[in-house]
Design a protein around this ligand. Structure first.
Ligand code: 2AM
Length: 184
């Protein structure tokens, strides 16, 4: 199974991001656009593994409170002869902590993870070929400021079903505020 941990997005957040994709399409930018339902924020990418129980255990151990996720800017990564376009999010301390604690738990279970600095991003499109005339400032302005509350972390399976990249949630770890702990 190809697995990764992610934060799934609110409908409002997805609408903002599909709006940014519409902007790119209207500019005539041909690319492999992320399907709306697939938009997500990756926290840890496991790749191919059959050690589902160990992966799940790492997530189950998380003890974190809900926090606010805010969009922040856009950017791109060069990937071969094309680009990957993304929308960024503010790397606030609770997000940074969540990603690093989850990574520690996974490493303790024996998984080797990316050693690159965590650069939280929401992939909008892959295989983007950008014409010289492309206005990156206007693209940036097409992403309206949006926030959402993060209330869970999800373990996702990635597979192609009849050629379509499909993500399925296998397990969800709720983030619980201290008040909620106190009430239970
Ligand atoms: P990306 O969007 O920048 O490609 C599922 O593939 C998720 O895991 C995507 O969000 C992807 O990020 C992320 N990911 C991180 N490292 C990856 C890797 N080495 N191969 C594929 N996906 C990776």
């Amino acid at each position: 199974m190809r697995l990764f941990y992610a934060i799934l997005l609110s409908e409002e957040m997805k609408r903002t991001l599909t709006g940014a994709q519409e902007f790119l399409k209207a500019q005539g930018i041909r690319a492999n656009y992320t399907r709306g339902e697939n938009l997500h924020l990756t926290l840890a990418f496991l790749g191919e593994t059959e050690r589902f129980s160990a992966v799940r255990r790492a997530g189950e151990q998380l003890k974190a409170e809900p926090f606010c996720l805010s969009l922040k800017g856009v950017g791109s990564f060069r990937r071969g002869d094309s680009e990957l376009f993304w929308a960024g999010v503010d790397l606030v301390p609770p997000l940074k902590r969540l990603q690093s604690v989850l990574s520690e738990h996974l490493q303790r279970e024996g998984f080797q993870l990316e050693t690159r600095r965590f650069q939280p991003h929401l992939t909008l499109a892959r295989e983007v070929h950008v014409p010289a005339s492309f206005d990156r400032k206007a693209f940036s302005a097409s992403v309206s400021p949006t926030q959402m509350e993060v209330r869970a972390v999800s373990l996702m399976k990635s597979e192609r079903i009849r050629g379509v990249l499909t993500y399925t949630e296998l397990f969800r770890k709720p983030l619980v505020s201290k008040n909620e702990y106190a009430e239970n």
